[in-house]
Each structure stands twice: as C-alpha cells, then as structure tokens.
Ligand binder design. Structure first.
Ligand code: KG4
Ligand code: ZN
Length: 348
C-alpha cells in the first residue's frame, strides 16, 4: 500500500509542495522549512464576477484547465526538481466539493508518483499557519484573529497544533457579511475589497446595530448588521430618498471590524500573551489592518500581520500547515476524500 511504502523520515527543513483549490483560486507553492520558495496563484474571479459570485462548476473547470501549469510554474520558480520534494500538502476541505477534488486528485497522483507523503490540510488551519511563513521564528502561545468568508473566530494557540476557540460567530462570518452587503449595494464580486474601496469615500455615519460588544464574550453576530443595512437601503428606496452608498459601506465596515479588534485585544489581556496573529481574507482589509496595528502598538503587543496576499487564499499557507503535520508524521492515505465543510471545533 502507498502509505506503507512512502519514506517517513522526518527532515528538519523539508521541501513541501502545497496545492490549494477550495474556491476560485488555483494555487501552488513550494516551501523549504518556513521559507517560501515560490507561490503561484491563478484565479477565475473575473469570470465569476460576471455571475456575481462563485459558480462551483466554473471554478472546477478553471482549476482543471490550469492546475498543471500552476504547479509546474511553482516548481520552476522554486528551482527544485521533483526528486527534491519531500511531501505534498493539499487542501481537502472545507470548500466547494468539485473544486477541492481537482486539487486533491492532482496531489494524490503527484505524491503517489514521487512516492512521498500526502498531507491533507484543513483550509482554515492553513489560514492560521500563514503567520509562520511571515515570521519564521514565531512560537505559540499567541492569540489569533481568524476572519474569512466562512469563519470568524478568536483563538488561543497553545501550540502549532492545538488551538482553543475563545469565541466565534453565531451566524454569518465577517467575510460573508461583506459579500452580502456588497450585493445589497450593487457592488461587483468580490464584495470585501469593493466595500473597502467605496468606504473610503464615506463621510457620514449611518446608524448600525450594536454588535455583540462586551456582553457577547468572544462571540460575534453579523446577521443583524446585514439586516440593518438591507432595512436602511430599502426604506430609503421605498421613500424615494437619496442616500450615500459610500456612507453605508463606511459605517458597515466600521461596525463589522471594530468589534474584531476590540475582542482580539480583550483575549490578549485575558490570556496574558504578547503576540497577536491574523489570518483569513478579511485580514486583507486596510481599515482592519490599520486599526490592529494602532491598537497593538498602543498596548505594546507584537502583531504578526501577513501581507494581503497571504491573508486571502494561497497555497503557501497550505504548505505551511503541511509542514506542521509533516513534523507530527500525520500523513494521509490515498483514500482521503474531499469535505465540503469541517466544523471549526472538530479540527482545532
Ligand atoms: O480567506 P478567504 O480568501 O476565503 C475563505 O476561506 O473564505 O476569504 C474570502 C473572504 C470573502 O468573504 C471576501 O469578501 C473577504 O474575505 N475579503 C475582504 C477583503 N478581501 C477579501 N473583506 C473585507 N475587506 C477586504 N479587503
Ligand atoms: Zn480561505
């Protein structure tokens, strides 16, 4: 059997090929230890924009079209030969099933052909592991703010492997709220960056509901905020009153993100740590980044803020989590299947 025949020697600085195809990005990266040797991304976002969101079938076909090119390009840019690859890490969930299967099948064939370990990676753990590439000397314990399209949570990293969930969203994720509000404001896909751009022109504050500040512990709730934007816009439209979409975007953004910063800082104090890391697509938001930087500077905290490219989906983060699992000897068999959803609790 494949898993019995692969070389299970654990190297200190292994060369790991990472592959990510959970949504509309086809990505491949090669890392050696915590050093990124290459990081390639092809995206079907411009095609998806025509439909106002990700169409799973289009995403799967786009992955099929480009995956071989993207992986080859990552290997070429990294300057490594096939013989130098020690393991193949691939996202097996959560994500769009058809899209995941493209990357997973490719990675399985690759690992099998090279007779190296296959490492199935949970996409969310990948987002959390991006910080280790940004700061190779990073060591737990620290507090992590995770804010993506599917998850929003504050976590306490006890070790590279073990996280404690301090709080999470009770309904929508922050990124999901950005995407839904973008649609209400007739902004094109992807919603997050377009809201951020429009918010820059916002001057006045539109009333937004109180987020679960002090009383919600470390939990979040975004569905009320989304409903409030819908009600505000519809009421204005029904009354035939003019309103500024930029003001709505600005007020929504502040309400959605201020609470993330506030609760992250609260967790840092409670857990008595001095380091904060951030992961997930929403962490690419300039307003959030600035707020976090200012707050951490004020409190004398060390903030590991990945460059925007490593907040949104990429394969370097998958390789980084692959490295953590590699060191633990957690290898996958070729029977590994894709999973559309993986509950946060089950995996952290
Ligand atoms: O982590 P990610 O790339 O994919 C998931 O794992 O979900 O996150 C995508 C989410 C989307 O909801 C997108 O709207 C949001 O991240 N996002 C942003 C920004 N860039 C991406 N949200 C706010 N501001 C941004 N600049
Ligand atoms: Zn993601």
């Amino acid at each position: 059997m494949y898993i019995d025949t692969v070389d299970k020697t654990i190297k200190a600085e292994p060369v790991i090929l990472g592959i990510e195809t959970s949504c509309d990005e086809t990505a491949a990266s090669v890392i050696q230890g915590r050093t990124i040797l290459s990081d390639e991304i092809a995206s079907s976002a411009n095609i998806q924009a025509i439909y106002g969101g990700v169409v799973p079938e289009i995403a799967s076909r786009a992955h099929t079209d480009v995956i071989d090119l993207v992986v080859k390009s990552a290997l070429k840019k990294a300057g490594v030969t096939l013989e130098q690859i020690d393991a193949v890490a691939v996202t097996y969930g959560a994500g769009l099933l058809g899209a995941l299967l493209v990357g997973l099948s490719y990675a399985k064939s690759f690992a099998y052909a090279l007779n190296v370990p296959l490492i199935g990676v949970n996409h969310i753990r990948g987002h959390l592991a991006a910080a280790y590439l940004v700061e190779p000397s990073l060591k737990p314990p620290f507090v992590t703010l995770l804010a993506s399209g599917g998850h929003t949570a504050i976590l306490y990293a006890e070790s590279e492997e073990k996280f404690q969930i301090l709080g999470a969203t009770l309904d929508d994720a922050a990124g999901e709220a950005f995407d839904k509000v973008a649609r209400i404001l007739s902004l094109p896909y992807p919603g997050g960056p377009n809201i951020e751009n429009l918010a820059k022109q916002g001057k006045n504050t539109v009333p937004m509901p109180k987020m679960l500040h002090g009383d919600g512990g470390y939990n979040f709730s975004y569905s009320g905020l989304k409903t409030s934007v819908i009600n505000y816009c519809h009421t204005k439209e029904m009354k035939g009153e003019e309103y500024s979409k930029a003001d709505v975007a600005h007020s929504f953004q502040c309400a959605a993100l201020d609470v993330l910063v506030e609760k992250t800082l609260k967790a840092v104090k409670e857990k008595n740590v001095t380091t904060v890391t951030v992961g997930g697509g929403v962490a690419a938001n300039g307003y959030l980044r600035e707020k976090l930087q200012t707050a951490c500077e004020k409190e004398g905290l060390h903030l590991v803020l990945p460059p925007k490219r490593y907040c949104t989906d990429n394969a370097a983060m998958i390789a980084s989590e692959g490295l953590i699992q590699y060191k633990l000897g957690n290898f996958s068999d070729l029977s590994l299947n894709a999973k559309a959803s993986i509950p946060l609790k089950a995996e952290l």
